[in-house]
Design a protein around this ligand. Structure first.
Ligand code: ADP
Length: 253
């Protein structure tokens, strides 16, 4: 089972996105696609006269922002992706975490910052996902979850991909692929030749302490380590060319 998470920048580029979807469609075996849509949500918020507010790369999700991200992730981005996959002959089915109760989360509370309607994953109910996979369907999961009490919550897409990997690891050989616009994790972000081919918890801690790994890469790697620690066979971070050729940064426990 391959879980592919498409990065935010790729979602914004029609050609890169369609290359990525073609690659995904051609993957053998069971597969799940995960996506967010933060950049588009910010654009649409601004067009509505709202000011997107972030803290350490995470969106502060007040009530109207929750409405926008739900419309953008579970609506526009999810349905557009499903339609493009269907056009390739891929039997895609669009989901949020609320659909079939696949991902339960809880509203983040406490701490100095009020993230609003941000949801941290509590559990993955894999039975219904497995039923979809067994029926030959290809789930396309967006970054919206629910708390089981009727409240939708905004959840980081990297976290969703890792949580699905962890939830399905007891029953499948799971490979988690984070596809984004760089060749992988690099010592110098401007130099593709500085690619770090593999990271273990010690080298990750070292590069993090030295400021080599920052911003969105920190939660991405935390999630990748969590997935392999929970039994995923492999987790890799790469651009599309790297995923195709088997290069990129592999995360090893
Ligand atoms: P996504 O594209 O999946 O939405 P993010 O934008 O959250 O992901 O995180 C990926 C970003 O992490 C890259 O675009 C890059 O700017 C940043 N980053 C920080 N440190 C590194 C590093 N050492 N190597 C590669 N990317 C890094």
């Amino acid at each position: 089972l391959t879980i592919l998470k498409i990065g935010g920048a790729l979602l914004q580029q029609p050609e890169a996105l369609s290359d990525c979807l073609r690659y995904f469609h051609e993957l053998p075996g069971h597969k799940i696609l995960v996506h967010g849509g933060g950049r588009r949500a910010s654009q649409i918020s601004k067009a509505m006269g709202l000011t997107p507010r972030m803290h350490e790369g995470r969106r502060l999700t007040d009530e109207v922002t929750l409405e926008v991200v739900t419309m953008v992730y579970a609506g526009l981005e999810n349905k557009r992706t499903v339609a493009q996959l269907q056009a390739l002959g891929c039997p895609a089915i669009g989901l949020s975490g609320a659909d079939a109760n696949i991902i339960l989360s809880e509203k983040r509370r406490g701490g100095a910052v009020d993230y609003g309607y941000a949801g941290d994953v509590v559990s993955v109910q894999s039975e219904q996902l497995q039923a979809l996979l067994s029926a030959g369907l290809v789930p396309v999961c967006c970054a919206i979850t629910h708390d089981g009490q009727g409240q939708l919550l905004n959840t980081n897409a990297d976290t969703i991909a890792a949580s699905l990997a962890a939830g399905l690891a007891p029953d499948y050989e799971v490979e988690l692929q984070y596809c984004f616009e760089q060749p992988g994790v690099m010592r110098n972000i401007k130099d593709p030749a500085s690619l770090i081919p593999s990271l273990n918890p010690d080298s990750y801690a070292y590069f993090r302490a030295n400021g080599v790994i920052v911003d969105g890469m920190v939660p991405k790697l935390d999630n990748a380590f969590r997935a392999v620690q929970a039994g995923a066979k492999r987790a890799v971070i790469a651009d599309l060319a790297g995923l195709k050729s088997g290069t990129g940064t592999e995360v090893v426990d």
